[in-house]
Design a protein around this ligand. Structure first.
Ligand code: ZN
Ligand code: ZN
Length: 239
């Protein structure tokens, strides 16, 4: 999935970038430096800060091992959450641009940052699986932002991916449309995992953003029903 350029193709790209630099994926200004962001936006990416390794929520400066007080009572199916950025500022602009305004150039900087976060957190994972969109929403949008992110993560890490391991059965209302009490539970029965592809594997479940965790937990349930050993959500941003 990663673009492969020949040596001459790379040289041409470098020359073109100098003459006509790519637009910053966050603000649209010329991005003279690498990674698709202008220097200002790159400097203002919000660090994810200390977070609970279990639910990914921000915690105090002295994170304790194991679940935080907020996730202790939850009965989620995720084994952990790793995030590249907090869900605000430039990182939020990138995620929203990728999701709703077809700014596909936001996928490489987000995906590479997510790959770096996975490496740094030393997450055990042997299969990258994106959270799938429904076929109808995918057709309406023309692309699937989680698949684009997962492809970038796969290109940056020595871990294979399988964008067909998890299927979305039917359209579910967006989580924000559900009563608050139901959100954390996620769309039940909406996902199905292919046993032959996920059995015995440690899954890195890739998505753009994790808010209530409902969708990720529903995916984790489906993956574990199909025999996955563990499921860690790997998201560009955690609210
Ligand atoms: Zn910018
Ligand atoms: Zn927690």
């Amino acid at each position: 999935m990663a673009p492969v350029l020949s040596a001459s193709g790379r040289l041409l790209r470098t020359v073109l970038d100098l003459v006509w630099p790519p637009a910053c994926a966050a603000c649209g200004e010329p991005a003279w430096e690498g990674d698709g962001l202008c220097a200002r936006c790159a400097a203002y990416l919000p660090a994810s800060g200390p977070r609970c390794a279990h639910c990914g929520r921000p915690v105090g400066p002295y994170a304790r091992p194991g679940p935080c007080m907020r996730c202790e009572d939850e009965s989620g199916r995720l084994d952990g959450v790793v995030t590249a950025y907090a869900y605000r500022g430039v990182a939020r602009d990138l995620v929203l641009g990728l999701k709703f305004r077809a700014r596909l150039e936001a996928a490489p900087p987000l995906g590479r940052a997510l790959a770096a976060a996975i490496l740094e957190a030393r997450i055990p994972g042997d299969l990258i699986v994106p959270v799938p969109l429904s076929r109808r929403r995918r057709r309406a949008r023309g692309y699937d932002q989680a698949v684009l992110l997962a492809a970038e993560v796969e290109a940056a890490l020595p871990i294979p991916w399988d964008p067909h391991a998890l299927l979305r059965r039917r359209d579910t209302p967006p989580q924000t449309a559900l009563p608050r009490i139901r959100r954390g539970r996620g769309p039940r029965g909406a996902f199905r995992a292919r046993r032959s592809r996920v059995r015995g594997r440690s899954i890195l479940l890739v998505d753009d953003v994790l808010t209530s965790g409902g969708t990720a937990n529903a995916c984790a349930s489906a993956l574990k029903r199909a025999g996955a050993l563990s499921v860690v959500a790997a998201v560009a941003c955690r609210a």
